[in-house]
Design a protein around this ligand. Structure first.
Ligand code: PGA
Length: 251
């Protein structure tokens, strides 16, 4: 399976800054990289159009960081899947731990968003992961299993192949503390087991599970060489063109 590296720019970069950053990233990539790795940029909503104008002739794809689960309507401040598609998006990050933590998103809400994203023909990158407290108290495998199960409720076997999962331990996000390659790989295996319980072995083996949490150009190679890690969701390092390009080259 081809790996995938997605840059989650979070609430960083104005429209103009995003334009420049995406140009720098494109300039550093060659055909060779795309043979083994899909690349997705997820800028803020306000930068989707300008980043799309830069990448549209390339193999790089556009993603958003969130969306609403309704088609349209009176939801002040929200963005629909249809708007994302019209802005050039193929992907959408859903259930990021910052959305769960700061905006009180629940697995139920994330499940509604996933269903809508799929019906809008967007590929959801679904984030799951435990907090430090959950890891230290030993309940982390159960927590992640439950997130996967609830987020994917009522998703059909046909649709499940279109999704990506990102395992992002909350304690590793933006902290400089990465899960060890073994810790990450063992959780990826657990997630694959949860997927196999829900959808069967064959389908589960086709789903790409990404790792996220303080990935940089120094640790990417070892993480991505693990048996069950199919790429990464990159925050901080995706804002530095050189680091992001090196991460892609290390897949
Ligand atoms: P980080 O963020 O790489 O800055 O830790 C990853 C993420 O939140 O997706």
């Amino acid at each position: 399976m081809k790996k995938l590296v997605a840059g989650n720019w979070k609430m960083n970069k104005t429209n103009g800054e995003s334009y420049l950053l995406s140009r720098e990233i494109i300039a550093g990539l060659t055909e060779k990289e795309f043979l083994k790795c899909d690349v997705v940029l997820c800028p803020p909503f306000t930068s989707l159009a300008s980043v799309h104008s830069v990448i549209k002739e390339s193999e790089v794809r556009l993603g958003a960081q969130n969306m609403h689960y309704k088609e349209d309507g009176a939801f002040t401040g929200e963005i629909s899947g249809r708007m994302l598609v019209a802005s050039g998006c193929d992907y959408v990050i859903l259930g990021h731990s910052e959305r769960r933590q700061f905006f009180y998103e629940t697995d139920h809400l994330i499940n509604l968003k996933i269903k809508k994203a799929i019906s809008d023909k967007l590929i959801p990158i679904i984030c799951v992961g435990e907090t430090l407290e959950q890891r230290e108290s030993g309940v982390y495998e159960k927590v992640v299993d439950e997130q996967v199960t609830l987020c994917l409720k009522e998703i059909t076997k046909d649709d499940i192949e279109k999704i990506l999962i990102a395992y992002e331990p909350v304690w590793a996000i933006g902290t400089g503390k990465t899960a060890t390659p073994e810790q990450a790989n063992s959780m990826h295996k657990k997630i694959r087991e949860a997927l196999a319980n829900l959808f069967g072995e064959e389908i589960s083996s086709k789903i790409r599970i990404l790792y996220g949490g303080s990935v940089n150009d120094k640790n990417a190679k070892e993480l991505f060489s693990q048996s069950d890690i199919y790429g990464g969701l990159i925050g901080g390092a995706s804002l530095k063109p050189e680091s992001f390009i090196n991460i892609i080259k290390n897949t």
